[in-house]
Ligand binder design. Structure first.
Ligand code: ZN
Length: 83
């Protein structure tokens, strides 16, 4: 997670654009989510610089993350705040 402040106005997740590996040509595979965030998640353990990363997520991205993120990543964060 990048050590940038959580954005309370907009979900900070990157979501797939719909391009699959069959979609040849340029274009981002992910674009930033446009939804208003619902929670702020924070890493349980600080990184090497001593700061725990945090980011805002909307409910949908939170659900996607909980389904898709590896257990190690998902268990490494907690919901710090409900916006
Ligand atoms: Zn989102």
């Amino acid at each position: 997670m990048a050590l940038i402040p959580p954005d309370r106005a907009r979900c900070q997740a990157d979501v797939p654009t719909g391009h699959s590996f069959l979609s040849m040509g340029p274009g981002p595979k992910h674009v930033r989510c446009e939804t208003s965030p619902h929670v702020i998640v924070e890493e349980r353990r600080p990184g090497e610089d001593g700061h725990a990363g945090s980011m805002s997520l909307c409910l949908e991205c939170l659900a996607v993350m909980s389904r898709q993120a590896s257990g190690e990543i998902w268990q490494g964060v907690f919901i710090k705040e409900v916006i």
